[in-house]
Design a protein around this ligand. Structure first.
Ligand code: ZN
Length: 330
């Protein structure tokens, strides 16, 4: 905007109380965010950390979900939706994490906004609906579950309730995160973002996986058993060979329901498996977790599975997670 406004325009601006449009440093919030660099909007903070690493300073990266909020219950604001429409590229997780952004995203796409869905470029983990409470436990199957619920076989999904839930928590494994990096590069290029950090980011994610593996190596095989607030550590457990014993909310979203019977069964499983820790995270009902811990003898340990640490880095996110898990189980 030109600072030399006509007197009429200035009067109009003042009459509309647009004091902030005066020429000066802090007046430029609206214009600076739509400045000369391409605008990349990422829905989820943990993904945004890796996107920032890839684009370096070649784009302005904005995150929609507040860090620390529960992404499973996130609803975009009108402002968020405006950011999506103003973006050169929108990057989302997919698999239901941004379910309330589906319609605005479709609209934005029609208007020419590029959209990259991370989950379309990784090996998606699927779980049986019963996996949270009927997994690997033949002994208990007889009285709490039908036999077939405990004996999932690929290709034998003859029962309607055995639809696999697709697990959105793909950020819990650095090698799954590495899978989408190369696919993003041409999409970035089309959005006007030229970056030379793709290979370096991939190498970094691989090195991170090695570090995480090393940290978790301190947990003996018999103690590699995990209980969480909801089923958030599937990719992590698959990668680093942990067994998911169960979850307070037996679902890949924190927004699902649980029952007294399921909680009693979880308590029993924790005792039987001798799991020393119950990892609580965003969206875990605190009183329920405390009750399970009291009745099972496990200690409650906070695990930030959905939020970035203070330095905003994915590396620190994964290392802290690995150290917390190792410290609580070994
Ligand atoms: Zn989650």
């Amino acid at each position: 905007m030109n600072c030399r406004r006509s007197p009429q325009l200035l009067a109009l601006a003042l009459s509309l109380s647009l004091g902030a449009t005066a020429c000066g440093g802090e007046s430029s919030t609206a214009t600076s965010s739509s400045g000369d660099r391409p605008q990349v909007v990422v829905t989820f903070p943990v993904l945004a950390a890796v996107v920032r690493q890839i684009v370096d300073d070649k784009a302005e990266v904005t995150t929609l979900m507040p860090n620390g909020a529960d992404p499973h219950e996130w609803t975009p604001s009108a402002k968020d939706i405006q950011k999506v429409f103003d973006a050169d590229l929108v990057i989302q997780n997919g698999l239901g994490l941004e379910v309330k952004l589906t319609d605005p995203l479709a609209e934005a796409k029609k208007k020419g906004v590029a959209v990259f869905t991370v989950a379309e470029h990784v090996t998606v983990r699927k779980t049986a609906e019963d996996a949270g409470h009927a997994h690997h436990d033949d002994a208990e199957a007889s009285h709490t579950h039908s036999a077939e619920a405990s004996h999932e076989h690929e290709g034998e999904a003859s029962h309607a309730h055995h639809h696999g839930a697709e697990d959105p928590h793909l950020w819990m494994d650095p090698l799954t995160m590495k899978q989408w990096v190369a696919s993003l590069a041409p999409v970035l290029a089309s959005a006007g973002v030229t970056t030379d950090k793709v290979a370096a980011t991939e190498a970094d994610l691989e090195a991170l996986n090695n570090e995480v593996t090393k940290i978790l190596g301190s947990v003996p095989p018999a103690r590699r058993k995990i209980v969480t607030g909801h089923e958030s550590l599937g990719y992590f457990a698959d990668r680093y060979t942990f067994e998911m014993i169960g979850a307070v909310i037996p679902s890949v979203t924190s927004q699902a329901e649980t029952s007294a019977g399921e909680l009693a069964e979880l308590t029993k499983k924790i005792k039987e498996a001798g799991v020393p820790a119950l990892f609580v995270e965003v969206g875990t009902p605190a009183a329920t977790a405390q009750a399970i811990a009291r009745d099972s003898g496990a200690k409650v340990v906070e695990l930030p599975t959905h939020a970035l640490p203070g330095d905003g880095s994915y590396r620190t996110f994964m290392l802290q997670l690995a150290n917390t898990v190792a410290g609580a189980l070994k």
